[in-house]
Design a protein around this ligand. Structure first.
Ligand SMILES: Nc1ncnc2c1ncn2[C@@H]1O[C@H](COP(=O)(O)OP(=O)(O)O)[C@@H](O)[C@H]1O
Ligand SMILES: [Mg+2]
Length: 344
């Protein structure tokens, strides 16, 4: 079967493993990924039938009902451990010869054993450090690009060049977005060692209230704090908890584009200190509620999707929990609980 050379190039560039069979199920093409996955070098595969090439016999039963299917599960008998895969097959029409079959083989993830999970977590911690380093390296050139864009924009303005001015404004906005993703990502990747002291939740909320006062006025939002009369103490890092509360307050503001009310309530509940942030904004749909804490999930044009991931990290670092309940069109309540400090 004559295959165009470009097909090999194209299939080599795809991340999935691909094999093309001719009309009588002989290998006409195998891409690089498949050579690796099947441990089958191209010269040993081309022209062979499925049952004559060592790594391919497992495919034969899949093709018994024809050469067009999607997502058939199979197990690759590789040395030592089987690898779970999904196979797609589609007819491949070609000029001048009977149709071939394009097979795409995708590895599916194995549920990891506990041993592997720990390895993964360890390497994630390493990735955090590398990411933090990489972010600083990206920031520096970004700062100079920003500077030059501002110069360019000023010059275009002087020359009354509207098109260039607009482009520069757009570029500056996009750089701003990259910067906010980078700072949020850095906050998530940074080391978790936090200094821990006695913190009064009531005082924290008063601080947060004054920090967000300006934004609240601009967004036509009234912020009310309901605080207990006595200090409500937890053990932790006040700056981090403030950061989490400000993130939550900003989200609330953004959910109330036409103004509204945010109520922050703190209370003691036995061994637990509870903070509730209730807004009367647009609310969160049921199918989104499981997504919102995932990094990079955002419904906002210029959102980073990292705010709630950071909040959750901060709360959990304090041995606490964050939960949400919401009604579309009514509003949203985020509840944070922390272990209270014992008074002895
Ligand atoms: N108070 C809220 N009211 C409605 N939706 C919210 C609220 N807080 C968070 N969300 C939803 O959760 C998503 C993720 O929030 P977050 O992680 O802070 O990222 P970002 O604010 O950058 O979008 C938001 O895009 C929004 O859809
Ligand atoms: Mg946010």
């Amino acid at each position: 079967m004559e295959l165009p050379a470009s097909l090999q190039v194209a299939l080599d560039a795809t991340p999935a493993a691909a094999v093309v069979l001719d009309a009588v199920h002989r290998v006409a093409l195998i891409n690089k990924r498949a050579e690796k996955l099947l441990a089958l070098p191209r010269p040993a595969a081309i022209g062979r039938g499925l049952n004559d090439a060592a790594g391919l016999a497992w495919l034969a039963p899949l093709l018994e009902d024809g050469g067009a299917f999607a997502g058939k599960a199979a197990s690759l008998p590789l040395s030592g451990h089987p690898v779970a895969v999904l196979v797609d097959a589609a007819p491949l029409p070609l000029d001048g010869s009977p149709d071939g079959i394009l097979l795409v083989i995708r590895e599916t993830q194995h549920p990891c054993e506990p041993g592997r999970r720990i390895e993964q977590l360890e390497s994630l911690a390493g990735i955090g450090e590398i990411a933090a380093g990489a972010i600083h390296e990206i920031r520096n050139p970004l700062t100079s690009i920003s500077g030059f864009i501002q110069l360019m924009r000023a010059r275009a303005l002087r020359q009354a060049d509207q098109v260039t001015t607009d482009y520069c404004t757009l570029i500056a906005e996009e750089i701003g977005h990259i910067n906010s993703v980078l700072s949020d990502f850095l906050a998530l990747a940074k080391s978790r060692n936090t200094k821990s002291v006695a913190v009064d939740i009531g005082q924290l909320i008063r601080d947060v209230q004054s920090l967000i006062y300006g934004e609240a006025i601009l967004s036509k939002i009234t912020v009310t704090a309901r605080l207990p009369g006595e200090p409500l103490l937890i053990h932790g890092n006040g700056d981090k908890i403030k950061e989490a509360l400000i993130n939550l307050a900003r989200n609330a503001f953004q959910a109330m584009p036409d103004g509204g009310a945010l109520t922050i309530t703190a209370s003691a509940d036995g061994p637990v200190a509870r903070i509730e942030l209730a807004d009367n904004g647009q609310g969160i749909a049921d199918n989104a509620i499981t997504e919102i804490f995932k990094p990079f999930y955002t419904t906002k044009e210029s959102g980073t999707g990292l705010g709630l991931a950071i909040c959750r990290r901060i709360v959990e670092d304090h041995g606490g929990e964050i939960t949400v309940s919401s009604e579309v069109g009514e509003g949203t309540v985020f509840t944070l609980t922390f272990p209270r400090m014992r008074e002895d």
